[in-house]
Design a protein around this ligand. Sequence first.
Ligand SMILES: [Zn+2]
Length: 351
Amino acid sequence: MTVIFIVLTIVVILLTAAAFLEVTTEAPVTSRATSAVQEVEVDEEEAEPEPSPVYFATMTHLEGGWTQALQSEFFFDKQASYLRQAYDYAEQYDAVITIESEIPMAEAMIKWDDNLLQEALDRGQGVGTHCDIDPRTTFSTQEIIAEFVARKEAVDALVDPSENLGCAGGGGPSDWYLGAVGAGFTYLDGIVGFHYLAIPVADRPEGWDNRSILQEYYHYAAPADDSRFYPVFVSEVGFEEDATGDLLISAGDIGAIQSIAELDGIEGWEGECDGPCEFTRQDVDVLVKRIKTLVEGRDESRIMKLQVYIATQYYDDPDMEYFFSEMQKLQEEGVIQWASQKQVYEALTAS
Ligand SMILES: [Zn+2]
């Protein structure tokens, strides 16, 4: 009996000791593991800064040729209905679109007492000026400034000038940098082939002489390479980055919404279609793929800007709602962030 009792006692003591050892030996292992995980997390934070945002903007232009807007209230009201449809979709799908106006529609808004630009701002959208300056005329510095000023003043008459900081277009053989800055603009969007006319041929894409630009490449996205997806400041005419420059080249063009599928979202305007391309859901699907490819391959250290051009009449197309809903998905997935042209400029000045 005694022997059995002693043996049992020893067994109990050994089991207790084993259990105790297990606890005491496990404890440091656990804490080492935890601290190792914490170290890894700290290292990751140090090695990978937050990727820069990818902004997605639109351009919609109220054209310089629309002089009938001042004669025909019917024409004006038709355009107004397209824009209000656009504002409705943008509100419904958390988008921020930008409307940029030339002189005729700006004056018509006053004549017909219907301020579509202020309404855009009131509804959370962006505005700006559109500069359809004659790309076949070479203006002196004073003249090119006056060209930009006339268009800026027409829009400043409708909204607070602090909302009207940029112009879409303005390219041609004249010094569009001096013209834009001289008129008080701080950014240009809608940069196209026309802008290369002011740049030496040696600094243009292969084959882009004056003649071929005016005949074919005039509306091609510029800068012609992928550098256009990263807005840069410049201090003279051209696309040479100068961080101390006072004009933002805010390009980012993927294309006109109705021709994205036809051109596979790469470049060009509507040359591939016989007449205007037809807008379909396929354009939106190709756009989504193109955006994802561009975003995946991007330089995360720089702010990226992507944009599409939407002519007013396409807002009336039944498939336009599909565009807004697909872009909303991309925004919710964190692929893009909607921004007005002015918000893109503000983000670049803040960084
Ligand atoms: Zn235009």
